[in-house]
Design a protein around this ligand. Sequence first.
Ligand code: G6P
Length: 464
Amino acid sequence: MAPNGPVGLAVVSNRGPVSFRYDRAGGLVARRAGGGMVAALGPGVRRHGALWLSAAISDADRDAALAGVVEAEGYRVRWLLIDAAEYRMYYDVIANGSLWFLHHGLWDLPRRPRFDRRWWEAWEAYRAVNRRFAAVVADVVDDGATVLVHDYHLALVCGELAALRPDLRTTAFVHTPFCTPEEIGILPRDVGTSILAGLASAGACGFHAVRWATAFQACCEDRLGRPANTFVSPAAPDRADLARVAGSTACAAELRWLDQTVGDRRLIVRVDRIELSKNLLRGFHAFDDLLEARPALRGEVVFAAFVYPSREGLAEYLAYRQEVESTVRRINQKWATATWTPIILDTSDNHPRSVAALRRYDVLLVNPVRDGLNLVAKEGPLLNERNGVLALSPWAGAWDELGRNAIEVHPFDVADASDALASALDMPAAERAERAIALKDAASRRRPTEWFDDLLAAARPPGW
Ligand code: G6P
């Protein structure tokens, strides 16, 4: 039997629900992992007592795994130990450096991708890590168990499981967008086919929005000559957890700080990872254009960006961060006065502060170039206390639920985004209030446990 007791339900994802760090005395301290996927899965996993299998990512995670930690922050956990060099190839080169770029349309095609020998070695590492995940799952779960596999890191796991354990009921949930049949043609032919075949071997493949499921189907029909079993279920914010953070003394202190900093000026906010697909740069350019086009707004509005570093193992992300910082510096130098800093760029990853900003914004900017869902677009309206306007890109999956009451922002058209920010700031109070109520209603329609139940209901044996 598995060390964690009987396992009728397992969740499998690269990043687990907790990460570890060392305290000053060298002891291991668990901390809840960040990111939308963990937030969306947590309540369902806890309610069902599922086993969560994930990679030990940091040295501290590896030590926790070796020390036999099987429970943390209320979760039953099982870690996979992966050699650090192999992990980098699987995670940085293939998952984040290739598949993430593919599905979000981020490649700078005249230069990247370049499938050289190093890349092919990394692809072998990706396959090996996926095989290892599948082998551990096959080893620890009960007969007929349900296994919910997540995201582009583990696209081959369901294919392996179908061969090893055809008795299992599986879903492969894809949290990202999905590329088109033309785009998947950028990958080497066998690689694209393996990814599709791996996902399509799941009992069902889930997506946050219809368009990503449709794109996946089109890829399967084009490349595999058959459709896959898909379902669509958008994830929901964890309202209880948001309310807990919003009610904390830390959040109250951050709100006071924000009140002092912003004063009676109006506030545009964004909360994101420093991530190419989130389109931070064009957001700042749009604000620059707004200050140019509307002189009356100078000194009257602050753009606060709470954006935290992410995936810094990739050169593209490091370069992007530098470009974000220098763009903000340039815009601030251009417009700042003795009493007004136009853009606050906060990269400190301070969750209570981000929640305080979501409570207080007049406009929330969410302008990704492509996004599977975007939970911040739902969390903002739930937390906001000022009838704030949501300025949203239709390329975010969340558009399907929120678009009707948001202001549309074209992710590539900076002039359009500047006009959208202007109309959001100009919106009459009655319309703001009406839209804010409708957005809160749309964002609170579903609970995370309902989303999790959709995954459970969709799980099937392979080839069903
Ligand atoms: C975001 C994405 C998920 C992804 C997660 C992990 O939340 O929406 O699709 O699984 O990031 O990324 P990370 O950078 O934490 O490894």
